[in-house]
Design a protein. Structure first.
Lengths: 151, 151
């Protein structure tokens, strides 16, 4: 089963190419899509965070399931960052997403790498390791938000 | 690679248990989550639909990637149908989601089964088969929407 789960993650990681097949009729569709993908990812990430912070009892199976979903979801939202969809509202992407696209893509890659590690670690069922991996993943969120997202 | 992809789907199907680990602080969070999950699923499903309908050129690899994502996403939204979140607005769930929950769950299962078949078929790269499987999957959407969703 562990091998199967790891194979699954490997497959999902290989779906990074999905961004190449992403097609949106209108910029608003891309914005709606990326927000939705982040919403789903954040819901599952938050459940691991609650366990990591001791706000919820540690359920190893639930942590592993949630982490697998986070790893899968982390591949999706970036396709929605199409040109011309920056903003100034709270939480919207700054224009530098597009003027510093290489850095932005690198931040995305870091998140994907860290949540892939988190998913692998979570299968081990060790809370301390989950806490550490969760912290590393959360740091990639913050790093990107600090630089590219309107506070 | 095919085996890997099928293993991935098998794993994701096994994540149906995810609904059991779903936890929402507030009913609004559940509503936001399920809408988001449907939004992501619909975006990818729609891309296959465009190919099936001839509105977009058939790209076998893209169809397979999109179908894999749809199959994964189909597991998620139902956890967001928590008690007390029916509505009367266009597109919101009717109260019978909860009074006829067994039927609703059965409709969800049908969708999950059909999109899992679609994902398997899409790997074969045959447009006619993709069209047929897409049609069967789309019929499960309509069946559920007709009965449980406000028009």
């Amino acid at each position: 089963m562990k091998r199967l789960l790891l194979a699954s993650i490997a497959t999902l990681v290989s779906l990074t190419s999905v961004s190449a097949v992403a097609q949106f009729q209108k910029p608003e569709d891309a914005v709606k899509y990326r927000k939705a993908a982040f919403t789903v990812m954040a819901a599952h990430f938050g459940r691991i965070g609650a366990m990591a912070a001791g706000r919820a009892p540690f359920d190893a199976a639930a942590a592993a399931s949630n982490a697998e979903i986070v790893a899968a979801m982390s591949k999706l939202p970036y396709a929605g960052f199409v040109e011309g969809t920056s903003g100034t509202d709270k939480g919207s992407p700054k224009a530098n997403v597009w003027t510093e696209r290489a850095k932005f893509d690198d931040e995305a890659k870091k998140l994907q790498d860290e949540v892939t590690k988190l998913a692998a670690v979570a299968k081990g069922g060790n809370l301390d390791q989950v806490k550490a991996a969760f912290g590393s993943a959360a740091a990639t969120c913050k790093s990107c938000h600090d630089h590219f997202r309107n506070p």
